[in-house]
Ligand binder design. Structure first.
Ligand SMILES: NC(=O)c1ccc[n+]([C@@H]2O[C@H](COP(=O)([O-])OP(=O)(O)OC[C@H]3O[C@@H](n4cnc5c(N)ncnc54)[C@H](OP(=O)(O)O)[C@@H]3O)[C@@H](O)[C@H]2O)c1
Length: 293
């Protein structure tokens, strides 16, 4: 069966290419082969690929830039998933899509559940929510994974930035009042593969699910753990966790407002898929291991 993966050069897409490889013939056009901002080009690839499953890991993920480039962010994050899901509904095939904790308003300290009220604080969050709503309304068999704080050994992400700054700087300030769970792209791809396999067996899951490891931390806590574990692995760093100052988000203004509470309740996914999601800390050790291999 043909599986069409969009965004395969991104963090999640790269891992999907590996995790889904035993499950079908993968078709994964790069940006040079398919500009996803062109609905006509997307329609042509959908017709030619004849997919039995569409997995959309492509997105506009430049959160701050989205504030000034609303139209481009909505094209990738809202109109593209709508187009994919519309095609899937007509073709009678399933679509898998990824979304974000940024669709929630970020207040309080209770983990968001799949039926919690949404209320994005940023254009990026609004565009992701519009994409989710379009997929859900399309009539296509769908699976949407809302995840948080994605990182991997490849691409640009918080862990990679910290490893670079840890070698360059002898002091750093990191925000400590935004709380969530760092999620490796590899874990997202592995869970996606399990879901596809279960679907193949006729015991698939469908609808909206949160996907993140257990536990919670702040960006400051995550940074300190990165420096501690990287030093343990033998990486030469100028920075130790003691030199990382904790600051409130108000001291680090950005064009897009970030949610303070990014906690995602994953009970529904664990129960329906029959899995136990891991804690974020051993997942960090695994991911750091890929950097030093
Ligand atoms: N990153 C996070 O912290 C985070 C948190 C929560 C949820 N998510 C969601 O998780 C999913 C995967 O995120 P990610 O971090 O893996 O994203 P990513 O690394 O930024 O990858 C995005 C992918 O989309 C492709 N893309 C973007 N615009 C394109 C265009 N016009 N034409 C062709 N390709 C285009 C990129 O291609 P190029 O490689 O050519 O640029 C790349 O392959 C997304 O739905 C995202 O919203 C991410």
């Amino acid at each position: 069966m043909n599986i069409l993966i969009l965004g395969a050069t991104g963090q999640v897409g790269f891992e999907l290419l590996r995790a889904l490889s035993p499950l079908g013939s993968l078709i994964a056009p790069t940006r040079a082969q398919l500009d996803l901002s062109s609905p006509d080009a997307v329609a042509g690839v959908l017709r030619a690929a004849r997919p039995a499953l569409i997995v959309n890991a492509a997105a506009w993920t430049a959160v701050d830039a989205a504030e000034a480039q609303r139209e481009a962010a909505f094209r990738l994050n809202a109109e593209l998933p709508a187009q994919l899901a519309c095609f899937a509904a007509i073709a009678g095939i399933p679509v898998i899509h990824y979304s974000s904790d940024y669709v929630y308003p970020g207040d309080g300290d209770a983990p968001w559940r799949e039926d919690s009220p949404t209320g994005p604080l940023s254009v990026y969050g609004q565009s992701k929510l519009a994409g989710d709503e379009a997929v859900m309304a399309s009539g296509a068999e769908h699976l949407i994974f809302r995840t948080s704080w994605v990182y991997s050994a490849r691409g640009s992400n918080f862990m990679k930035t910290m490893l670079r700054l840890g070698q360059e700087r002898d002091s750093l300030k990191v925000v400590n009042d935004q709380i969530g769970a760092p999620t490796p792209a590899r874990l997202i791809a592995e869970v996606t593969a399990l879901a596809v396999y279960r679907q193949r067996l006729g015991r698939g899951i469908e609808g909206l699910y949160h996907l993140a490891p257990h536990g919670e931390t702040s960006w400051h806590g995550f940074a300190c753990e990165i420096f501690r574990r990287a030093a343990e692995s033998g990486m030469a760093l100028k920075l130790t966790p003691a030199q990382v100052a904790a600051i409130p988000g108000s001291d680090y203004p950005t064009p897009a407002q970030r949610p303070g509470n990014s906690r995602l309740c994953v009970d529904k996914l664990e129960a329906d898929l029959g899995i136990d999601l891991p804690h974020w800390e051993p997942q960090l050790v695994l991911t750091l291991g890929e950097c030093f291999a």
